[in-house]
Design a protein around this ligand. Structure first.
Ligand code: VG1
Ligand code: CO
Length: 562
């Protein structure tokens, strides 16, 4: 027992730009290291928690990136000084985002603080991030992130207890008395509760049998936090050889790479799969909420298809067998494959803005069981975050039960539902003013749509004609709390249902990232096996023509294609 600690007030001033984006506050690490920067944001988060902070339990952890341990130490001192009753911290400060969500729910915590910039690069010159999750385990809704931001604009002091210091390398509980009140820090194994949850959801014995039946798998954790989870599940539980898990030692700079599981940044996994030795490969992002799934010879499963395939095969997963699939949801820019499964199975399907926080209310209300985003996010209502490892186990359950390869599963899926060819082109590091000007141009077109000269316009490319039937700036009214999210992306919808979407990223730490999304439904079976980029090229050209992207941004090619 550390008796008699005292807290103190530290004077500070508001710092510009502490507005959380799609998923928390993300900036260059050097910015978080500036005097008072992290402290101001944490105190403002505490202010948004309000009266619930006194006597609260908060779960804290992150993806192992540079500055994370310093941030954990700051949070311990500030929680102690702000009448938090208890912190639950992952050993060495580690928690994957889904595991932290799981622990919030399981331990009935007041909320959690996640230290991650997710798929953004780490290290001293990389990015850092802080995100607050609420009692349901999910990212704070905009109402709360706006309160945090408002507080950052008026903050004048924060509270610290310099004596509240713990060794986060050791599992166990440390008790303090701060200003006469009890405060304790429990350092826990970050993996145990999460693995128990996975065992409840999936048939581990069936997956293990499948994995020992001849198919070789490789799991790439991209030097993020997932390494410790992958080793526990794939090596210790399933008994696979150590070399089935690669890049599984968490590094504070992710080995100098983007820990982003896509065809560009996980190209080494794609190349490995192309050798044909492995029947299944997967990669996770830094904090473990994203996943990429590949089949033999590098067969790529687009995330929009991935959630649709899981929905179509939900009966291969014991959890869904018992709970049923209450409803489905996808983010607006995500390809509409999921809608086709919903229609055929007569299940409700919701379309929400980009960002997992928008799924939370639907899941809490029992309206949705399974959700997906095109950005490699897939998950269910077992927690309130997207969950990379869950998605991989869902896929392995399907493969084990259907006794088919990844490619065969997809070919069957498209034969039943048709194929939504989908791609996302990212233009990273664009000058922010130029990106804004392009969006303003698109908004002008949408406005003119009301005067009818945009709707009905037709565009022909390579013998195919597309006619605009609808265009808007996506607006979402949450069916549960009726909150409204405006300006969530420009949608241009064609008569045949094909869609073009433009939006600016809300997770980049500097400059602007323009995202162009293309979704084109084709039910001609002769195209199903074709490469999405080749099929979508003419439609993408139309999107570029409408947006004048090159004229506005000076870019003639995207930096990342998905
Ligand atoms: C991106 C993705 C979005 C995802 C978000 C957080 O946001 O597009 O689908 O929910 O990242 O993912 P944006 O605003 O940059 O498009 V994670 O894994 O970075 O927490
Ligand atoms: Co992530």
């Amino acid at each position: 027992m550390n008796m008699g600690l005292r807290s103190e007030s530290v004077a500070t001033k508001p710092i510009d730009g502490q507005k959380p984006g799609t998923s928390g506050l993300r900036k260059k690490t050097t910015i978080f290291q500036q005097p008072h920067y992290t402290e101001n944001f944490v105190q403002s988060t505490f202010a948004a928690i309000g009266d619930d902070l006194v006597g609260s339990t908060l779960v804290v952890g992150g993806d192992g990136r540079f500055f994370m341990k310093d941030a954990v130490a700051i949070i311990v001192k500030m929680a102690a000084a702000n009448q938090v009753r208890k912190l639950i911290i992952g050993q060495n400060g580690l928690f994957s985002t889904p595991a932290l969500s799981c622990v919030i729910k399981k331990r009935q915590a007041t909320g959690g603080i996640i230290l991650t910039a997710s798929h953004n690069p780490g290290g001293a010159d990389g990015d850092f991030g802080i995100k607050y999750n609420t009692a349901n385990g999910g990212p704070a809704p905009e109402k709360i992130t706006n309160q945090i931001y408002e507080h950052t604009k008026v903050i004048s002091e924060y509270r610290m207890c310099q004596g509240a210091v713990v060794d986060i390398g050791e599992i166990g509980t440390t008790d303090f008395t701060v200003d006469g009140q009890p405060f304790s820090v429990e350092v826990v194994d970050p993996v145990a509760d999460y693995v128990l949850l996975m065992k409840d959801i999936f048939d581990f014995a069936a997956i293990k049998e499948y994995l020992h039946g001849g198919v070789k798998v490789v799991i790439n954790s991209m030097h993020g936090v997932m390494g410790v989870y992958a080793k526990e599940i794939f090596v210790n539980e399933f008994g696979l050889p150590e070399d089935s898990c690669v890049n599984c030692d968490p590094k504070d700079d992710f080995g100098g790479h983007h820990p982003d599981p896509n065809l560009t940044y996980a190209a080494d996994l794609v190349d490995l799969l192309k050798k044909g030795i492995h029947g299944f490969g997967a990669a996770f992002d830094g904090d473990g909420d994203r996943n990429m799934v590949l089949g033999q010879n590098g067969f790529f499963v687009s995330p929009s298809d991935s959630v649709a395939v899981i929905a179509a095969n939900a009966d291969c997963i014991p959890y869904f067998k018992s709970t049923g699939v209450k409803g489905l949801a996808r983010s607006m820019p995500t390809g509409a494959s999921l809608d086709r499964v919903a229609a055929k199975k007569n299940i409700d399907c919701y379309e929400v803005p980009t960002g997992w926080k928008f799924f939370g209310n639907l899941m809490d209300a029992g309206k949705v069981s399974l959700c997906g985003e095109e950005s490699y996010g897939t998950g269910s209502d077992h927690i309130r975050e997207k969950d990379g490892c869950w998605a991989v186990l869902a896929w392995l359950s399907i493969l084990a039960s259907r006794k088919q390869s990844v490619e065969e599963v997809l070919m069957d899926h498209w034969a039943t539902y048709g194929r939504n060819f989908f791609t996302r082109w990212d233009y990273e590091g664009v000058d922010a003013e130029k990106a804004k000007a392009m969006m303003a141009h698109l908004r002008t077109l949408i406005d003119s749509s009301q005067t009818k000269d945009f709707i009905g316009r037709s565009f022909a490319q390579e013998g195919k004609t597309y006619v605009i039937s609808e265009a808007d700036d996506f607006e979402y009214k949450d069916p549960i709390d009726e909150s409204i999210a405006k300006n969530q992306g420009i949608r241009i919808i064609m008569k045949d249902g094909s869609r073009i979407v433009f939006r600016l990223s809300g997770t980049s730490s500097s400059g602007a990232t323009v995202r162009m999304y293309i979704d084109n439904y084709i039910d001609d079976p002769s195209t199903f096996g074709q490469d999405a980029q080749a099929v979508l090229k003419p439609f993408a050209r139309i999107a570029l023509e409408i947006s004048k992207l090159t004229e506005f941004t000076g870019r003639d090619a995207p930096t990342v294609i998905t």
